[in-house]
Design a protein around this ligand. Sequence first.
Ligand code: NAD
Ligand code: ZN
Length: 254
Amino acid sequence: MVAFTGAGVAAESGIPTFRRAPGGGGPAGLWDDYSPAIYGTPWGLAAAAVVRPERFRRFVRDVAAAFFDAEPNAGHRGLGELAAEGRLRAVITQNIDDLHERGGAEPIIKLHGDLLSGRCLRCHARNAVDREVLRARLAAATERRHWRATRHILKAYPRCPRCGGRQRPDVVLFGEGLPRHQWQAAETALEECDLLLISGTSGTVYPANALPDIARQRRVTTVEISPEPTPYSGWVDYPLTGTFGETMPQLVGD
Ligand code: NAD
Ligand code: ZN
């Protein structure tokens, strides 16, 4: 089986999604205050850092709090159980958090990168970043104010261990390309699976949203767990209405 996931699978862990399910479903706030059209793009972030440093500081502080405080939910653990039983071919995720790995799932294909990875601006190497180190550096940086905070936030990712260059978070922002290796791994997994589970994604972020089509064309069994209809609900074999954390244990249980 392959799972294809998006922001919604982390909602019950406390990480806000971009688009909220009608009637609640997930933590409120963050993206109502900070438009993804600005705070999800490289140019928007750069402009905010310079023009609205105090707002930029609060954004980084709030994202870091959501990320570092989140714990895997029963859905993540359910995928972990399937992995332990040898039934999981891969999780393909659009998320940049670390909840799938902490829930025990593997392998995980991260289409949009990983907050706990840095990308060197000089030699382009990708380097794992220690969770506690990053947490401490971001906390210290966002305790400062205005441009002092900005300066420290921009230096929060440690320097590249290979060449000493500065690093940025190794995540894909809107308008940026996807890592080729991850994309190919996702395609291969979908070409090999005999069951696809989709959850937590509104199916609106291109090009990731096109991936489930590979399984559809192969006519393998498809399941979706979503609190609201999505572009996939009309064609999956089993459109299940519900949340990831509540529904997964029912599917995985004996
Ligand atoms: P989205 O924000 O566009 O949509 C979230 C979807 O999840 C909605 O369809 C909603 O109905 C559904 N949802 C809400 N609560 C749910 C629950 N408890 N169980 C199952 N489904 C639930 O998400 P997207 O399609 O992933 O697109 C957002 C983009 O933003 C992605 O590229 C992603 O990388 C990024 N993002 C990532 C995170 C994260 O890493 N946790 C958080 C926010 C945004
Ligand atoms: Zn380097």
